[in-house]
Ligand binder design. Structure first.
Ligand SMILES: Nc1ncnc2c1ncn2[C@@H]1O[C@H](COP(=O)(O)OP(=O)(O)OP(=O)(O)O)[C@@H](O)[C@H]1O
Length: 656
């Protein structure tokens, strides 16, 4: 197929060089998409349909469509409707399929297969050996796709329609990120043209996380999806400052949107004098009351400040035009345009509906107590107003030390002035950490599109972390979204998730415990530590296994551990740096662990992880995240007593 594309000769088919250049770039994209990936086999499954359906045909299922020299399909794209039974068919509902075969690979080499006879009542249920092997396959490099083993409950989310927004609540390692990325790939397949026009976007918590997931979509042949953080999404100003939690809480509150709306609209002043337009020897006068009427009408219509400002000159000019007609003249559209652009109308518009610079507006709100009070009256309390005001107001937009929350406010103000363009689909990962104002920022980027919202309420670690999905979805502008729950855990073995789940009643009561699909005796070890030397030893022993190792520690412990590792001659990476066969250890500050995973994890001093957070609940949640990053083994080393919520007396704890 690649050779066919490479051999295409477009010299005679294009009319001009623009067409030729466009076509050439499309061809080169196609060649890129058809590149061979050494460790990615062309197919991973086979479906044999019953004689009655699909004429008893046999299909091979793979990451992309492959045809033979004659154009006949050899491998069917996993997203095609014929492939769906590969993920959904069961003995209860075989969906016309007689046999489902899964192929197992090691490196690029076919090493196993697993058959399910879906119409044979005597056949035993499969335990999913290949699924287990796939999950436990040692990790090097970035996150990989799961197309070969997507589970039925995941597949329902992956294939849900483009028009609806889906919110997925799921505990650690239930496959939320994987599902979100595969949903994008599916939607791009099913609605290619529409999404090519409108665009798709994946929003993640930080750059190291994005770096970790960035290869999944390209491996599925999708090269066009943009990936960003919320902070980068709203980067109208350079973010150099941080907020104290009380300020950040108020700035992230949805009530700020009301304050901003009022502040922007306050720039409109009621006209107090008529507009007089001179044309040739005649003067045309639009009286004050009529101008007031035009302004009131524009304010009533809920259009953007900037759009109304653009409409105002034409409205005034139209009033002039009507007067000309009444006087027996026959002006056309060009006259109306000329009047609208004339000095008299321009001056009036400038006075009535001045331009607003969103960043300057936010600067003023955060610097001038009276201006803030005027627009926050009845919305924010006096204390809340005090919390957001700068103690030393900056001179200008450029010199201000804007915080991430400020940038979101500017984004909101921007949107009040000029509508933010909407994309076709947005995937929002680790959504539980967003503030209401951040939800609004993401929401306005999919007003005419849909979204996939992924998160875990138990992993919320910001002061404004989401308490309920219905609230969050309302802020996002998608109150009718369906909330689905994933409860099967793929990443973390049963022993480890059971240990971590002891924290749940103390930090997120009422949430369902993850049910791990894998038992892995001996995967959890808990030991006291006598110093950093013990931590290094634990890392070295984890590194004796294949795959990646993560050393997770309270942020403040990272420098000491870094020098202990360096002193012992153990090379290590920072999160977001790709593991290689030679360097497989990553030193992870607890604050960056979210969303990441390692085959083996060494967790340094849980009590320090909890103590580093401003309150106990956040501390326990941070610890819960850290405890749930391991695929094959977790070693907990504690130099101080374990938090009591983990059952700290040790009576029923595994040791080793
Ligand atoms: N059906 C599946 N087949 C194979 N592996 C899977 C499957 N579902 C999930 N996984 C694997 O489980 C691990 C966890 O998945 P993922 O990171 O998507 O979970 P998550 O719910 O986003 O976790 P967290 O809440 O910790 O961010 C990944 O290695 C992923 O590839």
């Amino acid at each position: 197929m690649r050779e066919d594309v490479e051999a295409l000769d477009i010299r005679d088919v294009t009319a001009n060089w623009v067409n030729a250049a466009v076509l050439e770039s499309q061809i080169s994209e196609r060649i890129k998409a058809l590149a061979d990936l050494a460790h990615t086999p062309l197919f991973f499954g086979r479906l044999d349909y019953q004689r009655t359906t699909q004429q008893g045909q046999r299909f091979y299922i793979g990451r992309r469509h492959v045809h033979d020299g004659g154009g006949d399909p050899m491998v069917i794209d996993w997203r095609a409707p014929v492939s769906q039974p590969f993920y959904r068919a069961s003995r209860k509902d075989p969906m016309g399929v007689r046999l489902r075969r899964r192929f197992g690979y090691t490196g690029g080499e076919l090493t196993a297969y697993e058959d399910e006879h879906l119409t044979d009542p005597a056949a035993a249920d499969l335990t999913g050996t290949l699924l287990r092997a796939e999950i436990e396959r040692p990790r090097v490099g970035p996150m990989r796709d799961i197309v070969a083993t997507i589970q039925p409950e995941q597949d329902e989310i992956v294939r849900s329609g483009l028009t609806g927004t889906v919110c997925v609540q799921g505990g650690p390692g239930t496959g939320k990120t994987a599902v979100g990325l595969h949903r994008v790939a599916y939607l791009l397949y099913a609605h290619r043209e529409r999404l090519a026009r409108t665009g798709t976007l994946v929003v993640g918590p930080n750059r190291s996380f994005l770096h970790y997931i960035e290869q999944v979509l390209p491996a599925l042949g999708e090269l066009e999806v943009k990936q960003t953080t919320v902070t980068d999404l709203v980067a109208h100003v350079e973010v150099r400052g941080t907020d104290e939690p009380p300020a950040a809480l108020v700035k992230g509150d949805a009530r700020m949107a009301r304050v901003l709306r009022r502040a922007i609209r306050s720039h409109v002043t009621t006209p107090t004098e008529p507009v007089v337009v001179v044309r040739g020897s005649r003067r045309w006068r639009v009286p004050t009351y009529e101008l007031q009427h035009i302004v009131a009408e524009l304010l009533d219509r809920d259009i953007r400040y900037g759009a109304a400002r653009d409409a105002l000159p034409q409205r005034i000019a139209h009033a002039v035009l009507l007067r000309m007609e009444a006087a027996g003249e026959a002006p056309d559209d060009r006259v109306q345009d000329a009047v609208a652009r004339g000095a008299a109308v321009k001056a009036a518009v400038k006075a009535i509906w001045p331009q607003v610079d969103p960043a300057k507006l936010v600067l003023r709100l955060l610097s001038q107590p009276e201006f803030l009070a005027e627009h926050a009256e009845g919305v924010l309390s006096a204390d809340e107003q005090r919390a957001v005001l700068w103690t030393r107001p900056p001179r200008s937009v450029r010199s201000a030390r804007w915080s991430a929350a400020d940038a979101v406010l500017i984004d909101e103000a921007n949107d009040l002035v000029e509508r933010t363009p909407s994309l076709g689909h947005v995937v929002l990962d680790e959504a539980q950490d967003l503030s209401p104002m951040q939800y609004r920022a993401v929401g306005r980027r999919c007003t005419t599109g849909s979204a996939t919202v992924l998160g875990d309420l138990a992993q919320g670690t910001t002061p404004w972390a989401t308490a309920s999905w219905s609230e969050a979805l309302t802020h996002l502008g998608k109150p009718d979204a369906v909330v689905e729950e994933l409860t099967a855990g793929f990443r973390v073995p049963r022993e480890v998730i059971a240990y971590a789940s002891r924290l749940l009643p103390h930090m997120s009561p009422g949430l369902t415990e993850v049910r791990s699909v894998r038992e892995s005796p001996g995967s959890l070890r808990i030991r006291p530590s006598r110093g950093d030397g013990d931590v290094v030893t634990a890392c070295l022993s984890a590194l004796r296994h294949e795959g990646s190792t993560g050393l997770i520690a309270a942020d403040a412990r990272v420098p000491a551990l870094a020098s202990a590792l360096t002193g012992a001659g153990v090379p290590f990476l920072a999160p977001g740096e790709e593991t290689t066969r030679d360097t497989r250890l990553t030193l992870v500050p607890a604050s960056l662990a979210k969303g990441l995973e390692y085959d083996h994890v060494v967790l340094d001093d849980p009590a320090a992880v909890v103590a580093a957070e401003p309150d106990e609940r956040t501390g326990l949640r941070r610890l819960y995240v850290a405890l749930t990053r391991a695929v094959s083994g977790l070693t907990v080393l504690h130099s101080s007593p374990l938090p009591w919520q983990l059952g700290g007396n040790g009576a029923d704890q595994p040791r080793g």
